[in-house]
Design a protein around this ligand. Structure first.
Ligand SMILES: Nc1ncnc2c1ncn2[C@@H]1O[C@H](COP(=O)(O)OP(=O)(O)OP(=O)(O)O)[C@@H](O)[C@H]1O
Ligand SMILES: [Mg+2]
Length: 262
């Protein structure tokens, strides 16, 4: 069965794209067949894997509008073996074009049906908004949403609104949607603030915060300019270790759930 997660937080710059790319790479490293879907008009995940957002032939924009099939537009990042459905800036217009379309919230979900079983994991990198693009991702996310939270002042701000959106999607569009976990990003071990924020988020979301914590690490911010995930760029960095441990924690959690269903 394919496990589909949306990586979402409407707050900008909290580490959604960094988490999506590097988690994807380490899931693939662990032998999983992984598809990354970029549904953000900024197309940062597409660029970070070395593809030119301005020249990709078809993008998730075409998927949403139904003008291309996913199997015809799959790209592959060779070093990491992560497959990609790329974004391009045209996605910014999709919102408006979808407004009058039938089943507009289900378009991503429906378009994935033909390829989902080729993959063990599908990760969807969301834009920093609770727009129709994010709603499409949450509707397609059969196994839940992963929420990156930056270890910073006001980390919890906006999470209530995100929870309300998740609740709304669960009620009306995707009954299986749940929070798979919150991942603490850009942790700075030298500051009390980082420690306090992790503690505060754990108190607010008991049992929902991943044990793996992603440190602030310059290598993570350099890797995209080389078109590589951290597992290829600097596999021995602290940032790489963070995402490797996170991937292992997620695989372990998913396996034990599968086991308990039997
Ligand atoms: N653990 C980290 N250590 C150092 N820099 C990081 C880390 N995580 C992310 N960054 C950097 O912080 C910036 C924001 O990260 P990223 O693009 O992943 O966030 P985002 O939530 O996807 O942003 P947006 O909301 O714009 O899509 C980027 O420049 C990225 O390289
Ligand atoms: Mg992003």
């Amino acid at each position: 069965m394919t496990i589909i997660y949306a990586i979402a937080n409407q707050k900008g710059g909290v580490g959604k794209t960094t988490s999506t790319i590097n988690l994807a790479a380490y899931l693939a490293d662990a032998g999983m067949r992984v598809l990354l879907i970029d549904i953000d008009p900024q197309s940062n995940a597409t660029s970070a894997l070395g593809f030119n957002k301005n020249t990709v032939e078809a993008s998730t924009y075409d998927l949403l509008l139904g003008t291309a099939q996913p199997q015809d537009m799959l790209l592959c990042h060779e070093e990491s073996e992560v497959s990609l459905l790329p974004a391009n800036p045209a996605l910014a217009g999709a919102e408006v074009e979808l407004v009058n379309m039938m089943a507009r919230e289900y378009r991503l979900k429906t378009s994935l049906e033909s390829i989902a079983e080729q993959f063990d994991y599908i990760l969807i990198d969301c834009p920093p908004s609770l727009s129709l693009l994010t709603i499409n991702a949450l509707t397609a996310a059969s196994h839940g949403v992963i929420i990156p939270v930056q270890c910073e002042y006001l980390a919890l701000e906006g999470l209530t609104q995100l929870q309300q959106t998740i609740q709304m999607v669960r009620q009306h569009l995707n009954r299986r949607l749940r929070i798979r976990g919150l991942v603490m990003t850009m942790y700075d071990a030298r500051t009390n603030l980082s420690r306090q924020v992790v503690q505060e988020v754990r108190e607010h979301y008991p049992g929902l915060v991943f044990r793996a914590i992603i440190p602030r690490n310059i290598r993570l911010s350099e890797a995209p300019s080389y078109g590589q995930p951290i597992s290829v760029y600097t596999p021995n960095s602290a940032g790489a270790l963070g995402y490797k441990v996170l991937a292992a924690e997620i695989i372990q959690g998913d396996m034990s759930k599968k086991g308990s269903r039997r």
